[in-house]
Design a binder for this molecule. Sequence first.
Ligand SMILES: [Zn+2]
Length: 351
Amino acid sequence: MKTLCILSAFALVGTCATTKYTTKIQNIKDGIQIVDSTLVVNYLKTITSQELKKELYEFSSDTYEGRETGEKGQKLAAQFLKDYYIKENIASPFGEAMYYQIIPESFFSNNIKASENVLAYIEGSEKPNELIIISAHLDHLGKDDIGNIYHGADDNGSGTVAIMEIAQAFNQAKKEGHGPKRSILFLHLTGEEIGTRGSLYYIQNPAFPLENTIANLNIDMIGRVDNIHVNNKNYVYLIGADRLSQELHYLSEKVNNAFCHINLDYRYNAENDENHYYFRSDHYNFASQGIPVIFYFNGEHKDYHKITDTPDKIDYQLLENRTRLIFATAWQLANQSHTLLVDKKNELLLN
Ligand SMILES: [Zn+2]
């Protein structure tokens, strides 16, 4: 009888604690109100598979020689991005035509030459000091021993052209009087394939204070389908969203339910995931600074890090929808009334 009593008491405490946490989570969910639905739908439509395809065929062409960090092809890729932002009339955070953050040779090892991150920027209309960073690496593996080019169409041409289209959509909105309330940095990173060096350099030399950087949405490979999803290709892996901010996780889900209806696959977000993707691309450098991140990823496939990662194998419809999801998530982060909260400062979780 006594034993049973103790067990019941434990059971009660357990139930009680669980209910309380559930309520906290519900309060976080309820606190997220989707903003500007009509506008978001309008500008989502400016992100098209045709434009993504056109840019990606160029960016992964032979001209850029596999975009190896510090080499001629990578520099041409950086120039291509800079020219794009000039043509689109999207500013640099460093002032006129200064789109490069130059990383000196001394920052690298193994005789890697100086290289550059490419930065473009739209200043927020109401809270310009608060910043959302949308990032993707621009570099890839260069050429193999006999001169074959690693085109890296998926890795990470797909993420690169996604950012170009997202920047264009935000800029179009701004021109029509609907610019983001918070600032957005479009950050094309170099040196990812040699150990996320471009993002490491950025966090050590940030263009804007890291304490005002409220989130990082990082894109690395979103144009293909992996073996797990051959029969269910309307998916994308999301990694990291709930690690630092429960609000970011639920905000991302709400945005997806409102606009994109993609199956968000969280299997690689598991703490015990043996692939350790959370630690393997540029977003982790931001997470290490306490900045909430979402990593968007289609998983590995047979052409991953092979010379056969070419633009004809990209599913442009999928790339379009995934890009739209990232745009809509960034819109919500930039325009919702309250600033995204990290868990350790979120009173809805603490009380
Ligand atoms: Zn990559």
